[in-house]
Write a protein that binds this ligand. Structure first.
Ligand code: AGP
Length: 606
């Protein structure tokens, strides 16, 4: 949540900041701002409520500089207005700060040190910048010492990524992080910082990691990394192999549609990356060896990633025969279940930055339990800190509603379950031809995305008016129902729920009224008949029933027919019409599909 950029040493500062912020807008989009300094006596602070386009419109030609910082916000403290937008600045207008995260003890700090200061905003961030100023002016400290003192005063449970500028050292960015992501970008003659690599990829593909509790000083030709005890650290750079244009929308009206359409290609890429010519999974043996020693797999994730974990659990149990449970990271972090003797943790996260999941990983590492992160973002925090990483190779996912990351997560889980089962010599895994099945999935997805018009018609007919909707199914179809409902509610604001269809009669059926849409997902032979009966029960009470059914289980009146694949990986297909139904419902209502209200793509606060 919130995106940060900074640059020093170039007269392209303003355009680099704005381009970076546009690429970070997925992290928050309720207000934005920049501070730039021309190092010849002029500086500019421009902030606006709303999207980056509002900020851009406020820039006049004279707003230029050689260094600057920028921010796009997802409000945590104070409403999303201009005063609360970042950069926040000190009363004497000497210090400017952008911040991503939450300072848990900001009220205590304000009370203890800043009772004489008049505040302009309701943000925790302003407390930090005022405090730096206070230590510099009242205690006669230099900026570095003052910032270090502030960093030491911030409570350990706080999260932050900071970029600070001092008007009196206008070529220097003071940078630090704890829990929130931040990278240094190494340019030619100038240097940058950004919340992710993509925000700097137009300028460089060479980056440097920042670890928690370090103070990083970024200057045009130099980057210094120190511990809080002034111990200088050496850090190698790394490169990211990503096409900056991969994050462009092209001719698509919204990223979400582009990302839905990319799913067949993502499946083919995963086959290429993880399956050899003979279909044998190419998975690091050290990972398989550690997993086979486990007596229980714990999958941890949030939102869509949690839903992908629900499918994964069934795959690991079926093909590798290891008991597997799935946990919502924000729950696991604070109510840890009783664990088995030899746990192995699997973190699912598109961004690799979700704060709740990271909280669990920190605990896992403290206990020296082995772990794997399955993520779309190489070198992300969860990837760096887990024992192993498997990448999703889905390309940047920009729309807030996750689509291709979900299907990539499920596909990687299927490959890993097959690999582990084979490693353990299990027959079910040997018989599961994952390469062939994923090829069928890719073709099936293509057929589904090619029949968009039919799905759009269903959305406009059945989902545009109702306030509520239900997805129902059993087993894997229930898991997909949860994801399908999340897609619909987060972008179209229809109050949608996913239910185990057998549970309806135990309470929820009371909500069914005339024309309430109830969408049944039917891909499992064992439960198809039961789900159909449950649908009929809702129809008898006035529901408008729709069905998404696999071809081999289909009936004449089914609304959407899915091509056949192995039932264990049917979620890879049944989710696609649900993604499209959500997309077209949102589009039909004239909503901003990619940036739904109140949300941000990457949830880096707990
Ligand atoms: C889904 O559409 C959401 N955007 C959200 O639930 C997301 O999956 C969740 O915040 C977890 O994110 P992660 O995969 O990056 O960890």
């Amino acid at each position: 949540m919130c995106g940060i950029v900074g640059v020093t040493g170039t007269n392209k500062t303003v355009s680099i900041l704005i381009d970076g912020l546009k690429r970070l807008e997925y992290r928050g989009y309720d207000s934005a701002g920049i501070y730039v300094n021309d190092q010849a006596g002029k500086d500019f602070l421009i902030k606006r409520a709303g999207r980056i386009t509002n900020l851009e419109a406020a820039l006049t030609p004279e707003v230029q500089g050689m260094a600057g910082i920028g921010h796009t916000r997802w409000a945590t403290h104070g409403e999303p207005n201009q005063a609360n937008a970042h950069p926040q600045y000190s009363a004497d207008k000497r210090f400017y700060l952008v911040h991503n995260g939450v300072i848990e003890n900001y009220k205590d700090l304000k009370e203890e040190y800043l009772s004489d200061v008049k505040f302009k905003s309701q943000t925790d961030t302003e407390v930090i910048v005022q405090l730096v100023d206070k230590f510099v002016t009242a205690y006669d400290m230099d900026t570095k010492a003052a910032l270090l003192k502030v960093l030491r005063l911030i409570s350990r449970d706080s999260s932050y990524a900071f970029a600070l500028m001092d008007k009196e050292q206008p070529d220097t960015l003071y940078v630090a992080k704890n829990k929130s992501p931040l990278l240094v970008g190494i340019g030619k003659g100038y240097n940058m910082v950004g919340s992710d690599a993509l925000s700097m990829l137009n300028e460089t593909n060479e980056f440097m990691e920042i670890e928690d509790h370090e103070l990083v000083i970024v200057q045009p030709d130099h980057v210094t990394i120190e511990s809080f005890d002034n111990e200088e650290k050496h850090r190698d750079t790394f490169t990211v192999d990503m096409d900056p244009n991969a994050a462009d929308k092209g001719a698509y009206p919204f990223y979400m549609l582009k990302e839905i359409d990319e799913q067949p290609a993502v499946m083919r890429r995963l086959v290429q990356e993880y399956l050899g010519a003979n279909g044998k999974p190419q998975i690091d043996e050290k990972l398989l060896a550690q997993m086979q020693e486990a007596d229980h797999l714990y999958i941890v994730g949030a939102g869509t990633s949690y839903h992908a974990g629900l499918v994964g659990a069934r795959l690991f149990e079926r093909f590798a025969q290891i008991p597997t449970s799935v946990h919502i990271s924000s729950e696991f972090a604070y109510e840890q279940p009783l664990l088995s003797k030899k746990p192995f943790f699997i973190f699912l996260s598109q961004s690799g930055e979700t704060a709740d999941s990271r909280e669990v990983l920190v605990h896992v590492n403290e206990n020296k339990w082995p772990s794997l992160t399955i993520t779309n973002v190489d070198k992300s925090t969860l990837s760096r800190e887990a024992t192993h990483t498997l990448l999703l190779y889905a390309g940047p996912e920009i729309a807030v509603a996750s689509t291709k990351a979900y299907t990539a997560q499920v596909a990687v889980e299927a490959i890993l379950a097959k690999a582990l089962g084979e490693y353990l010599g299990l027959e079910a895994a040997q018989k599961f031809d994952v390469k062939d099945e994923l090829a069928k999935v890719a073709n099936g997805m293509q057929a589904l995305v090619d029949s968009k018009d039919e799905i759009e018609a269903i959305a406009s007919h059945a989902l545009s008016k109702p306030r509520n909707a239900f997805y129902i199914g059993r087993g894997l179809d229930w898991s997909v129902s949860l994801e399908a409902a999340l897609k619909l509610k987060e972008i179209s604001y229809v109050q949608a729920e996913g239910f185990a269809s057998g549970e309806l009669k135990h309470g929820t059926i009371a909500l069914i009224e005339k024309n309430t849409p109830v969408i049944g997902i039917i891909t499992q032979s064992r439960t198809a008949g039961l789900t159909r009966s449950n649908l009929e029960e809702t129809a008898a009470r006035g529901a408008n029933i729709l069905t998404i059914a696999s071809r081999h289980l289909a009936k004449e009146d089914d609304s959407i027919i899915l091509p056949d694949v192995d039932e264990m990986i049917s979620p890879l297909l049944s989710v696609v019409p649900a993604q499209l139904l959500a997309y077209y419902t949102s589009l039909g209502k004239g909503l901003d599909v990619d940036k739904p209200r109140n949300l941000a793509k990457s949830v880096t606060v707990q």
